[in-house]
Design a binder for this molecule. Structure first.
Ligand SMILES: [Zn+2]
Length: 101
């Protein structure tokens, strides 16, 4: 499984307020191969979410637990549970990987 991850993007403006309860400046969340966003994503943002699709493909539903454990460890180590989370850092790297953006 080395091909690029494929995801289905769902844009739902009403999700913005819901997600903001957890993360004020959130844009999208990926569950399995489905990307939920409150507005259309640009190429760079899409690369980020497709990296999460790959993570789901690798870990299955276990990703939820792995992500939460990583978030907790990051927070306990004094980092930001979101930005310093290894799963987010990998997605950020993917986001920046294509020179076109
Ligand atoms: Zn992310």
């Amino acid at each position: 499984m080395t091909g690029p991850a494929r995801g289905q993007v769902h844009v739902r403006p009403r999700l913005r307020a819901v997600g903001a309860l957890l993360l004020p400046d959130w844009l999208a969340i990926t569950i399995g191969s489905h990307v939920w966003a409150w507005r259309p994503l640009n190429d760079r943002e899409l690369r980020h979410e497709l990296a999460h699709v790959s993570q789901w493909r690798s870990h299955g539903a276990g990703l939820l637990l792995l992500y939460l454990v990583a978030a907790l460890r990051t927070w306990r180590a004094g980092g930001d549970w979101y930005r310093d989370n290894p799963f987010e850092r990998a997605a950020l790297a993917a986001e920046r990987s294509d020179g076109a953006g």
